[in-house]
Design a protein around this ligand. Structure first.
Ligand SMILES: C[S@@+](CC[C@H](N)C(=O)[O-])C[C@H]1O[C@@H](n2cnc3c(N)ncnc32)[C@H](O)[C@@H]1O
Length: 353
């Protein structure tokens, strides 16, 4: 008998939660369009909140729902990324990239797709045997999960991959646990890459050669063994119920959010008693992502240096397990440059009371 694939959770209304109302599940409005290859999957449609006082109507585009707490702000700031096309022929993308190069939004998007697309999926690219090896984040997360003693196989709740980027870790977690796994990212181009890989087994991404020269890579990848999906959502406002997650991973996300302590509180909210979370971070603070007062151990010598254990103890009731202080994490920039970070990695446990 073929084991049943666990059903994916239904998203709760992120707008209601942000406004302090009890969030109900969103429902797809009639008239939605199915994916070509799966009549049950929504390719385009609108997810509506049933609470008349809310009235949120959140679009699903290319199979990826936009589940953010402040849609007006998200679309004002990032609507261009949601609507930008990613199906240009290589020569056309190259011509556009020549004029929309260094410092432009297009260049930033292509760099992210290049770095995370390759690290998460490059192991399946038959023509990519280059250095650095692919799978750096996967190795980091796998090692942290193993150290924490998370059992192989099904878990009692949802698995959440916060800051899932190109979705390679989401896939690995679905293979490991059978799902359901939800990948969460605010970047529409990365979420689309992840969704196409998970749902269709196709990866297509621009791999940066040098400067504004990118090569389009396209290859099949194995679909995950278990159920997995990707939502455009804020890791600080995840549209899932309290105490619904058995495992949360947040690889290299803590130093990308405005409020790292709020991320920890959100992880604590999501975890069920006995649940585990894995955090890794290079503490690569930037003003653009995190206001300096929120940096952990990165403002002055008096801070005492970065420690995830101290941060967790000061900001949550989660129980820290082993902290690894210097695990390598590589991010390939282009043919001639790779950034190697030394990250801290910590597993935490939500105690059963
Ligand atoms: C440094 S990258 C790490 C990506 C991936 N976890 C890895 O380690 O390979 C951070 C990712 O988090 C996403 N991100 C940043 N802030 C976020 C937020 N508030 N909510 C969800 N995703 C966020 C970015 O779009 C990016 O994909």
């Amino acid at each position: 008998m073929v084991p049943a694939v666990p059903a994916l959770p239904r998203p709760l209304c992120p707008v209601c939660r942000a406004r302090g109302r009890a969030p109900g599940p969103l429902a797809i409005e009639p008239g939605w369009r199915a994916a070509d290859d799966d009549a049950r999957t929504v390719e385009q449609g609108v997810l509506a909140c049933g609470d008349a006082a809310c009235g949120a109507r959140l679009p699903v585009i290319d199979g990826v729902p936009v589940l953010v707490p402040d849609p007006d702000r998200y679309f004002a700031e990032a609507g261009v990324y949601v609507l930008a096309r990613d199906d240009l022929d290589p020569a056309v993308a190259d011509a556009v990239g020549r004029y929309l190069s260094g410092g432009s939004w297009y260049d930033a998007v292509r760099q992210h797709l290049s770095s995370y697309g390759r690290d998460h999926w490059g192991e399946f690219d038959p023509d990519d045997r280059d250095d650095p090896p692919c799978g750096s984040t996967g190795a980091l997360v796998e090692a942290a999960i193993a150290r924490a003693g998370v059992p192989d196989g099904p878990l009692a709740g949802t698995v959440v991959d916060l800051g899932c980027a190109a979705g390679g870790i989401t896939r690995a977690l679905a293979d490991r646990t059978g799902g359901p796994v939800v990948g969460i990212d605010l970047s529409a181009p990365l979420a689309r890459l992840a969704r196409r890989a998970l749902a269709r087994g196709e990866v297509r991404y621009p791999r940066r050669r040098v400067g504004s020269v990118y090569d389009l890579r396209g290859f099949p990848v194995p679909r995950p063994r278990g159920s997995a999906t990707v939502w455009i959502a804020d890791a600080l406002a995840v549209p899932l119920p309290d105490a619904s997650a058995a495992l949360v991973v947040a690889p290299n996300l803590l130093d990308c959010v405005a409020d790292p302590a709020a991320l920890l509180r959100e992880i604590e909210r999501l975890l069920m008693p006995g649940g585990m979370a894995v955090l890794t971070t290079p503490f690569d603070w930037s003003h653009a992502a995190t206001p300096p007062p929120n940096w952990i151990g990165g403002r002055s010598i008096a801070d005492g240096g970065p420690s995830l254990v101290t941060f967790v103890r000061q900001n949550s009731n989660l129980s820290p397990l082993v902290e690894e202080s210097a695990v390598p994490w590589t991010v390939r920039l282009h043919d001639r440059a790779t950034m190697t970070y030394s990250v801290r990695s910590l597993a935490v446990h939500k105690i059963v009371v």
